[in-house]
Ligand binder design. Sequence first.
Ligand code: NAD
Length: 445
Amino acid sequence: MVDETSVNDAPGTQSGLEQGSADRSPDRWDLAVIGLGYVGLPLAQAAAGAGLRVIGLDLIQSLVDGLNAGRSHVDDLSNADIATMLAQGFVATTDETVLAHSRTVVICVPTPLDDDNRPDLGAVTGAGRTISRNLRPGTLVVLESTTWPGTTEEVLRPILEESGLVAGQDFQLAYSPERIDPGNPTYGFRNTPKVVGGLTTHCRDRAAQFYGRMVEQVVPVNGLAEAEMAKLLENTYRHVNIALVNEMAMFCDELDIDLWEAIEAASTKPFGFQAFRPGPGVGGHCIPVDPNYLSHRVRRLGYPFRFVELAQEVNERMPAYVVARITRMLNNRARAVNGSTVLLLGVTYKADIADERETPALPLARRLRMLGANVCYADPYVADWTVSGKPVTRVVDVGQALADADITVLLQPHAAFDLAEVQSRAKLVLDTRGVLTDSDTVERL
Ligand SMILES: NC(=O)c1ccc[n+]([C@@H]2O[C@H](COP(=O)([O-])OP(=O)(O)OC[C@H]3O[C@@H](n4cnc5c(N)ncnc54)[C@H](O)[C@@H]3O)[C@@H](O)[C@H]2O)c1
């Protein structure tokens, strides 16, 4: 068994890509992270902080150059964090041969959907082939990307075994889902328990020992598929419950019931209830995407995963519903959407982060434009925003824009926004997050 306890003798003594690539000793690196994005970089940070010698591999040269020059491109890490990692010996590279000199290799590449909404495992299989070309006996390979249960064993394992080495025997194979919540000030890498499943008990134990170096709690599970399923259960649970309150928001409006107040009241129950709140639609790389991975797997059994498909349908309807509410509010003021100026506040997928992936602001803006609205936006995190190939005007003076716009739609309550100003200065506001107070000019979703 490979001993995970041996660590960098002198953290901070290695730096520079040339040094990393030139040293061909088999155990030059304790960890190679493949994919230096929202998931890979925090892992590299935690491992470097725990004294491991860490190298990061990515396909994008400019991203690698930026990191080696101390520039962060993800919300949760500052440039100062990257500088600390570099001082601890972290190096980023596009040179795949470093994998042959790493005791553990962790895959953190994207798992998006293709144009037909089916799982696209291209990055995972690509990373697998990269490892396979460089795999040596004794390496621990861990997949962290979110994917359908069965992927590690059915898809990744055969690719890795093209190396001629056998999983569970010559090298260890494990799956450990990443649960990072970008922008969460309370739970980060270290204090979020890490679920780990292995191909064999030894694979699992080795992976558990590896993560035990950098997280407070490791949760070992018996199989790879159980670890894969745990992640999809978490995100499907969230997706379905958001859809539940979104659907409630639509009929509560017609019933003239204040759902926000009902949610606060229900939240006082100390057991058996977890509060979810409505919104303009779901976004980000996880919630709108991951449940599709599970329904894809279930469909191969010959039947649909109805909860997920229903949740998808409800959540995808939300931008159109928000447009319908905007239309009604303008109509009540004898105005049409056509020709009105609509100010969108916050166009990222969640508050206080810069990530725009799958943001519901996009279909919303597209629909408003189709109806002839003049759409503008304010977002401290988004300098340029293009919808259907056409730039959207960014307002600089938010206070003036609130007063000028026919209607303001609060999509993300970034901390930088002055909510009191939004409440008092805007002509009309649709608050999709329930953070303002209902009034003659303000309606909550
Ligand atoms: N972002 C999140 O909040 C989050 C949370 C939990 C889990 N996840 C999951 O983690 C995985 C990674 O997501 P992310 O948000 O970090 O993605 P990301 O797009 O931020 O970063 C992925 C990186 O991988 C690189 N890459 C792609 N293919 C590669 C290859 N073959 N070799 C080397 N590098 C390659 C890309 O260039 C990119 O820099 C996904 O499966 C995602 O579902 C994401």
